[in-house]
Write a protein that binds this ligand. Sequence first.
Ligand code: NI
Ligand code: MN
Length: 227
Amino acid sequence: MTVKLTWLGHGTFFIDTGEHKLLVDPFLTDNPAASTTVDAIEADFILVSHGHGDHVGDLSAAAEKTGATVIANFEIANWAGAQGMTVHPQHIGGGYNHPFGYLKFTQAHHGSGLPDGSYGGNPAGFLITFNNGKKLYLACDTGLFGDMALIGEEGVDVAVLPIGDNFTMGPDDAVRAVKLIKPGHALPAHYNTWGLIAQDADAWAKRVETETEAKATAWKPGDTIDL
Ligand code: NI
Ligand code: MN
């Protein structure tokens, strides 16, 4: 079955496996780049990479609307659980066979403080092996790190990388990340939401296709690709 990955703007994604619906880092209400609203969201699972407001801004609204299970690091899972959300805690290096596939938490170099000042543990990325065998790496918010090569050793079909600079990798380091991960297809995220992270994604995608073996797509919020 084809897995469909939709970029909802900034660091927010929707994944439809045909059997299950996943929402990643729900931030739509105050997101100038959002392609949809929390009222339109369906989800069985909500994945949270870290505690920053531009990743959990609509977590409680989305969890309440959908009744989805929130999958996050131990600290954020406890925080969400204390608010009445159904949670599944994981942590970096740990994988679990969920109904949609095998989800492993990967390292990310970033922060994870929650909007109310609570401790949000360490930030993460996600490596998901769907039931159709396709492997998706969502780097989420991170700087470049050499161990992306270890993630790449698993055979990544699609990698989504931040290119916004300032808070995360910029375009140059994101090209280096593609060289380490060696995905079949690379896509950008976490840029153009605000002027502070304005980037030329078309230019980045051209560079990726010139300097690496990967296909690259400068998608827009609301666009969907098949895995
Ligand atoms: Ni962040
Ligand atoms: Mn962010």
